[in-house]
Ligand binder design. Sequence first.
Ligand code: GTP
Ligand code: MG
Length: 682
Amino acid sequence: MKPYGLENIRNVVLLSHAGAGKTTTAEAAMYTAGAIGRLGKVDDGSSTSDYDPDEVKRKISINLALLPGPWREVKVNLIDTPGYADFAGEVKAALRVGEGAIIVICAASGVEVGSEQVWGYCQEADLPRLILVNKVDRENADFFRTVTEIQSRFGAKCLPIQLPIGAQDNFQGVADLLTRKSYTGSPPKEGELPSSLEAQAGSFREKLVEAAAETDDRLIDKYLGGKELSLEEIRAGLRQATVSGSVIPILAGSALQNVGMNGLLDAVGDYLPSPKERVVATVGEPKVESSQEGPLAALVFKTTADRIGKLTYFRVYSGAVDSNSQVWNATRGSVERIGQLFTLGGKNQEPVPQVPAGDIGAVAKLNVTATGDTLSSQNKPVKIAPIQFPEPIFDGAVYPKTKADLDKLGASLARLAEEDLTLKVRRDNDTGETILSGIGETQLEVAADKMMRKFGVGVKLETPKVPYKETITASANAEYKHKKQSGGHGQYGHVLLALEPLPRGNGNEFAEKIVGGAVPKNYIPAVEKGFNEAVQDGVLAHYPVVDVKATLYDGSFHSVDSSEICFKIAGSQAMKKGLSQGQPILLEPVMNITITVPGDLTGDIIGDLNTKRARVQGMNPEGDVNIIEAQVPLAEVLRYAIDLKSITQGRGSHRLKFSHYEEVPAHIIQKVMAERQAAEKE
Ligand SMILES: Nc1nc2c(ncn2[C@@H]2O[C@H](COP(=O)(O)OP(=O)(O)OP(=O)(O)O)[C@@H](O)[C@H]2O)c(=O)[nH]1
Ligand SMILES: [Mg+2]
């Protein structure tokens, strides 16, 4: 592709509810633009952007993908994103580097939860956008019903600039409201506006002309004076209105049948902003000016890792990155060597000598650079605002399948977390499990598949264990005498311990008040060792013991047979006895949970919380949503992300934070102990 000036680049993010047709739209648009030679399909795994084996297998998008193509005088960089909520991190990254968006809405399903979600993202980012009402060819599709629904949810500023000709199995093409031309078939044949659409086209067109006129005093005078605006004037007005967000043009099409894509690409060029028209968000000073001449400023927005190495995706805002050069990573304060640059079209890499301002490129094998970093020049360092990724809310325990898998587990998990910044890895010291946290179950399953495919590491994912603990509720005195006479010299250690419960959260404490050397000073640390060993392994179900104080107050010794090991054994055995006598109980972690849901779902959420032993502590309505605060045992919410999704169809969100340990109620204890026994047998 020839080099393009800043004004002639469009970085456009495709967004939608899962499955509305983003990938198919990207495919058809790039085929129409001549950037790809063959029209691939998601359903048979041949699309350009869902090329990853995980995507082919599941027939959904998982990663953002780039599809650049020339259209008229502009270069369109389409950025296809996943619609599945688990992969929201990719959407956030894509949004950060686009100047405009296309929201795809299915003409049969209408506005869905995910449509509202991505609409919210665009509002937050103040991103100019188009709406494509896709799948007009489908059974039950209705363009006009969908437009009414869009307008009632998102406002009357959403205005069709096209109408479909026919619908469902009789869908033929689209009519342009401004030019009054029709485009039917694939590839499209140009014709006149069908007379059957005349009346509707007239009233929709009037709204567009009015919206265009309102952007400019001269145009509004002309319009109110009853004069016709020229096509150029209407387009210029609509462009300004779309860039400022006061109009959101709606288009119609069927990506699957490759119908309506010319109009879509035209609209991208005509109405969406170029890189020059958007302010670059930076951290502090200096600001970054979108320009080809300025010092380098580029943001790394994605990193992929495999056995061979890393591939880094970056977006240039100012200056240019050259192949085989050096840049300054301003985030790390370090030089980075740049090898051969590429532009990407799905998985296809095309080597290029330079990636200029406004454009997107990739480079392999960077040393220090990670997603979110800014590449700049060393004498004029700048920092571009990093990407805000969603926080992980769903945990899975990762178990290696074999010993060899165990050895490579840590390193390969670290690589995955480097690729996907919504994945976090930690070790739970209480349960000894390696915990992988993310946005949802599917994301973790994909991560497990990737570990096998990319690094050859086999893992099983399980629901994390609850870190139960044990404690006592009554004081108890316990005595243990360890005495053995076996041949040579014997073994002797004898201690008396006083156990008492401590308040929750205090931890364990060991004390001694030996008088008259009943236990010699040099053996006391050994008794404490025994104590420490015993509290690792409770008497109820082998969980760690907490909040117990033991005081060594008496004992006896033998001048020949006593040894440290004997006193350790005595200490530990006395503890075991004492714990059994102290009316032991099981403790479980209780979490603070904050749930945000649309107000009308509050009742369902509370009903569900009531089945989960939760205590609701507050409700704070804020606009349309209700924020519910509660305390709930961890054991009940290990898979809450999944429950919440099914109760709210994805319209809720939640956060969990550890609060404190609390006694497990009697009717649950038996269950926990039985599970523990079963697990230990295994
Ligand atoms: N009838 C019809 N089906 C379509 C059209 N566009 C896409 N589809 C089908 O809808 C399904 C989903 O299409 P995709 O392009 O994968 O949708 P997506 O939005 O990229 O999906 P995710 O990335 O997983 O969110 C596939 O089976 C497509 O063949 C269309 O215009 N008409
Ligand atoms: Mg897709």
